[in-house]
Design a protein around this ligand. Sequence first.
Ligand code: SAM
Ligand code: SF4
Ligand code: SF4
Length: 337
Amino acid sequence: MTADVHDQLSRPLQDLRISIMDRCNFRCTYCMPKEIFGDDYVFLPEESLLSFEEITRAAEQFAALGVKKIRLTGGEPLLRKDVPELIASLRTIEGIEDIALTTNAVMLPKQAKPLYEAGLERVNVSLDALHTDVFQEMSGRKTSPNAVLRGIDAAIEAGLGVKVNMVVRKGVNDEEVIPMARYCKEKGLTLRFIEFMDVGQTNGWDFSQVVSKKELHERVSQIAPLEALERNYFGEVASRYRYRDSDVEVGFISSVTETFCGSCTRARLSADGKLFTCLFSESGSDLRAVMRDGATDGQIHDWIRAVWGKREDRYSELRTEESARNRKKIEMSYIGG
Ligand code: SAM
Ligand code: SF4
Ligand code: SF4
């Protein structure tokens, strides 16, 4: 075994992302383009989704293997019924210190309070533009960005921590970088710019559409100079900065131009119970089958450890235009980001 491969294997398992719903009420061009995810697209049937009991049982074994943070995602996770029940159940797991959720926020005005009361601590809200036309072009829906802004306000009012995620696609929404940064700074919200990634096979990605972290940093520095902050923990994916004239933070997730596979500590569980060790995987390992075949907790534990132990993923370090185009990667709406 080379030293390099050994380093890859030694990355600890710290974070778990669980997709709980592959459907979505948006059709973001960079995630679920409507030409592919149209009315006749076949989503997962209800019975194939992991139940809340199955998710909790799996999460207990991930926690026993070192996972401290769980993030619920999708598709749109809030399209799943009774999410507060799942949060309350995950809260009971020993070792889980942090539960968060990523959402497009349109359902937060109704759901923020019950989610908070069930034990959710934080939400990451996706918002790619404040200008209505640009927002609609990015989200693929005739919705107003006000629907998302109302969701952000509801989350703040309920007591949830809020960060905003903005995917930047060159020539589509990059004019919105400064307005979004100003909006978040004024509201005291951390904004995280995400480089447009080649997840899945349907979003027509190529390098020319990526606005790099370097360029984003330069643009945001026009508002106020930025000061780099220490990372909070090993494996943190955003590089964090603070505006020098305030305490507000801004972050950059540079998965394309400054890769971070060497510190990737994240496992992903799809809504139908497949375990993925990389966002750019072609296939996952079937944890649902293991559980439904009657495995004991100990067997589930050993199975997860064996899958993680074999991991050699470093897709972003090796990415080429060719791999971006031809590798049969799973879709973002299925695996949840
Ligand atoms: N529907 C929820 C939302 O949009 O927040 C949760 C699921 S979404 C797949 C999770 C995150 O992935 C969002 O922040 C979204 O912006 C991001 N995302 C989706 N496709 C992406 C891509 N091609 N490149 C970079 N980020 C992407
Ligand atoms: Fe839906 Fe989120 Fe994907 Fe947009 S990014 S289509 S809101 S899952
Ligand atoms: Fe982790 Fe795969 Fe992303 Fe690298 S490409 S950081 S291994 S998910």
